[in-house]
Design a binder for this molecule. Sequence first.
Ligand code: MV4
Length: 510
Amino acid sequence: MFDKILIANRGEIALRIVRACRELGVRSVAVYSEADAAAPHVREADEAVCIGPAPSAESYLLGDRLIEVALRLGAQAIHPGYGFLAEREWFAQAVTDAGLVFIGPPASAIAAMGSKTAARQLALDAGVPVVPGTQEALTDADEARSIADRFGYPVLLKAAAGGGGKGMRVVREAAEMADALDSARREARNAFGDDAVYVEKYIEGPRHVEIQLLADQHGTVLHLGERECSIQRRHQKMIEEAPSVAVGPELRARMGETAVAAARAAGYVNAGTCEFLLDRDGNFYFLEMNTRIQVEHPVTELVMGVDLVQWQIRIAAGERLPFSQDQLTPNGWAIECRITSEDPANGFLPSTGRVTYLHLPSGPGVRWDGGIETGSEVGLFYDPMLAKLIVHARTREQAIARMHRALLELTIEGVDTSRDFHLRVMENPDYRSGDISIQWLERNLEALTQAPPPAEGVRIAAIAAALLADAERVRPAVAIRSDAASPAVANDASAPSEWARAARLAGLRR
Ligand code: MV4
């Protein structure tokens, strides 16, 4: 095992990696920008080094500087987390060339999965089902129309360099093709510096289901079941679950074997994820492979009982995976809500400021993977995700009730957050029945983002409680709630935050 690891990241994932290191008896080195000098990941790590000013291009993205720091402090390996340098082939190679271990896949596997068309070809060659479509970049609209005639409309134009939905256009009839191709090209050129675009059959109303993989250096490749990630807005996931309501043991085994075949074909090592579209008839299609630990990894950890971040480190140190595939079946249900500093009532506008008050949920089956604390300054330099609230229970219904309860316990003051939006999702009948697709959130935004006005009596009680609390310097008791005996999901679900809101109204807090 390593003596010391450098963590090339910030926020909740840096802290998550510090925790894995500590449990493994490995020393951790945090790096931080000037904006993060007081951040929890810096204080919790064994050592910390400032690497530059706030903009990530001058700090967290300076791979060569991070490698220098690792060498200077005697670290043997670098964990990239997600985002920043995690999927940059050159960084993985530079770490290796410096005589350090990159805690992730070989640079060649990052490269193989980096181009969407290359990944598609690799999947095809490995017998992995992909959406019907072409392999080669389109030359012109005439060619695109003749291909679309073959597959039938609607079709989807996709950027070969792709990712994040950039350079994607749905084309529903031949007359739309020329304009759609032009705009897809333009967007792809701007986003990736490569305007190659190809055609796929457009799958209507699918789910986004992904398979978690672990592969060691000795040829063992295992899957750890699926995550349901359909609840997303503009390609940003908001809520994830494991398992998926749409996947049973038989489909899980088939999707899992498929993902394992794709990973083997890419020469994959360490933790990775294969993304699939799952249509309403139970057909699945490989989309791409993410060659990193993902934000939503905790839901898999909870249902599989496997610490994925520890295993990333163990695998990088040469350990063998000690499980067999038939020992890996999901136990219970896990749900994750990404708590972001965005105002759902205001088009998810990013919110900034100081976290003046933070009360964290706890109790049975609750996990908080966060990167903030009272006093943290939330700016615009980095991703708006502040923390992840994750719950585990025996059934999906119980997990939803538990998440709802945990969200009620959560108070974040000083910045607007997605908390109330998550409460409303947990109360939503479609969500509760599991009847969702990748389009569900954007089609139901209105119902999920408008705050129902609190009953007048509740408001007056809230103001009174806030005044009292301010006088006594304590947090108001929730016992004043009029619906204390109401069922697991109360219809005035956001009531506890009314105390906080009332305090603001009364001018007692910011
Ligand atoms: C698709 C699709 C429907 N049909 N491909 C979006 C990002 C990129 N990774 C792949 N994406 C999609 N590809 C075909 N042939 C729908 C999407 C898609 C999507 C996929 C996963 C998660 C969220 C999504 C949101 C919109 C569109």
